[in-house]
Design a binder for this molecule. Structure first.
Ligand code: C5P
Length: 293
């Protein structure tokens, strides 16, 4: 018989939004979205170690709070509350995904804690139970329980798996700006939800197979709001296209922007043009779904 786990390393990948449409404002104050999430190979790393009762977080990123304002801590507390366990844990977070960048870093850390503690604490929670607690933590958290490529509606928590897109290489640029998602949605002054605004899953899933159509069909509705305040992000996108990207947009509510290229060589060459910024060449991660057991 194997001995119980005491410590576990879990990866928390970033996402980009290949398209993001705001369908409208909802009565609960959130916005109805239609989006495609794509997991990418830039990730935070968390080490979870069992200890009695207390939840503690250490982190190598200065500005991030380590108390229960941190979504990773809230995820562990939510599991304790839900299951009544007396087990606790220390979480060591190595941050690689930039903060408030539209890449889902905090949400992914929370999902990694849910997946990791389900194993470390032997909770045996089923996917539906994890999804419920994930959607209470934040709109993007459920996606990170699945990973891969997903079509999302609702607040972003209603997910349907998409088949893998044709392969590409991306350049991701972080323009050293932290943008609040809440403020972007509020500044957008979107009108009430009109369900006729949806593209539909069928249209999106068939378009996903043909990246040459993406520029004409897709985009990010939050760019209008963010570019008004930060025109330099729009300029970066123009530069990415000039550098050969076949598709370039802002991710989520910003501030990061990405460009997609047909080859690794093209992506690496383009990356050189954006010298003063933090930037990465990335690849999409394709998977059926992350292990939920
Ligand atoms: O769900 P999450 O906590 O990540 O969202 C942060 C903020 O972004 C929300 O408080 C809300 O103001 C806004 N938001 C929204 N509609 C969504 C997702 C987020 O208005 N679908």
């Amino acid at each position: 018989m194997s001995s119980p786990l005491q410590s576990l390393a879990v990866s928390a990948p970033a996402k980009i939004n290949l398209l993001l449409r705001v369908i409208g404002k909802r009565p609960d104050g959130f916005h109805e979205l239609e989006t495609v999430f794509q997991e990418i190979d830039l990730a935070d790393c968390l080490t979870l170690t069992e200890q009695p009762e207390k939840i503690e977080l250490t982190c190598d990123s200065g500005p991030l709070p380590t108390d229960n304002r941190n979504l990773a801590v809230r995820a562990a507390l939510a599991l304790q509350q839900m299951t009544g366990t007396r087990k606790g844990c220390s979480i060591d977070l190595r941050k690689r995904i930039p903060l408030s960048a539209g890449l889902g870093g905090g949400s992914s850390d929370a999902a990694a804690v849910l997946l990791g503690l389900n194993r470390l604490w032997n909770l045996d929670l089923k996917p539906m139970a994890l999804l419920k607690v994930a959607s209470e933590l934040g709109s993007d958290v459920p996606f990170f329980l699945h990973g891969g490529t997903a079509y999302a509606t609702g607040r972003g928590e209603q997910l349907r798996r998409l088949t893998a897109t044709p392969p590409y290489f991306g350049v991701l640029i972080y323009p050293n700006l932290a943008i609040s998602t809440k403020e972007v949605f509020a500044a957008g002054k979107f009108s009430l939800t009109n369900s006729e605004n949806y593209f539909t899953f069928k249209f999106v899933s068939s378009s996903m197979k043909n990246p040459a159509q993406w520029t004409d069909r897709f985009g990010n509705d939050l760019e209008r709001v963010v570019f008004e305040r930060y025109p330099q992000l729009q300029e970066l996108i123009v530069e990415l296209r000039r550098a050969g990207a076949f598709y370039a947009h802002m991710s989520g509510s910003g501030s990061s922007v990405f460009g997609l290229f047909d080859s690794e060589l093209a992506a690496c060459s383009a990356k050189i043009c954006f010298d003063p910024y933090d930037r990465w060449v990335f690849r999409p991660v394709y998977r059926q779904h992350r292990s939920l057991s």
